[in-house]
Design a protein around this ligand. Structure first.
Ligand SMILES: [Fe+2]
Length: 205
């Protein structure tokens, strides 16, 4: 890690600022995603709501959420290449600042954690909410109506306890909201769920 970087505490106070890229982010999603489209819009909406909760810039946080898996469709689930050169090239087309790529890489903590640690609230939120938005979609899809409107916090919590349901979802990552963000799981689920309900029509749920 670059020793010239400020301490983690100082970084926590730093405000990422690339909200002006919001229209461009919509353009990139349209151009590069099909399968991942709903996940990116969901995560963007959830991040926007989390910014309001934690005092970040809503447009900036939304952009990070919207673009965090931008390369996923193109890579065809090549997890090793995720957040690598392909993503970097895509972001260059909209002249994104290095900070956006860094914030996105931070969410792939397993690979990039040493280089891009979870040292800002934006990064911590993106890391925790990434698995949650996907999980909430899975919960909606097993409701008789298949609608987000029929999903409640308690139904999400119940499904989280059922380890056979959406087994690929990392429950631990979601649960870290309590230690990393300092908010109870119920509140974290509630924020993401409400945000997703707000864009339900856009994602067909
Ligand atoms: Fe994701």
């Amino acid at each position: 890690m670059d020793q010239s970087l400020p301490s983690p505490g100082a970084l926590l106070l730093q405000h990422a600022d690339y909200g002006h890229l919001l229209p461009a982010a919509h353009g990139l999603i349209k151009e590069h995603t099909t399968q991942t489209h709903a996940h990116l819009l969901s995560t963007g909406a959830a991040m926007e709501a989390l910014a309001k909760k934690f005092g970040g810039d809503p447009a900036t946080w939304k952009v990070a959420g919207m673009l965090h898996d931008l390369d996923w469709d193109k890579l065809e689930k090549d997890y090793e290449s995720h957040c690598g050169n392909t993503l970097e090239q895509m972001l260059q087309t909209i002249k994104a600042p290095a900070e956006l790529l860094a914030d996105i890489r931070a969410h792939y903590a397993e690979k990039y954690g040493a280089e891009y640690p979870l040292d800002s609230m934006l990064r911590k939120c993106l890391f925790c909410v990434d698995e949650l938005t996907g999980f909430i979609v899975a919960v909606a899809l097993v409701r008789p109506s298949k609608k987000l409107a029929d999903v409640e916090i308690k139904s999400v919590k119940k499904k989280l306890k059922d380890k056979t349901f959406a087994a690929q979802v990392n429950r631990g990552q979601i649960g870290q909201c309590e230690s990393l963000l300092g908010i109870p799981l119920d509140e974290f689920i509630g924020i993401a769920l409400e945000a997703m309900k707000g864009i339900a029509q856009d994602i067909g749920l």
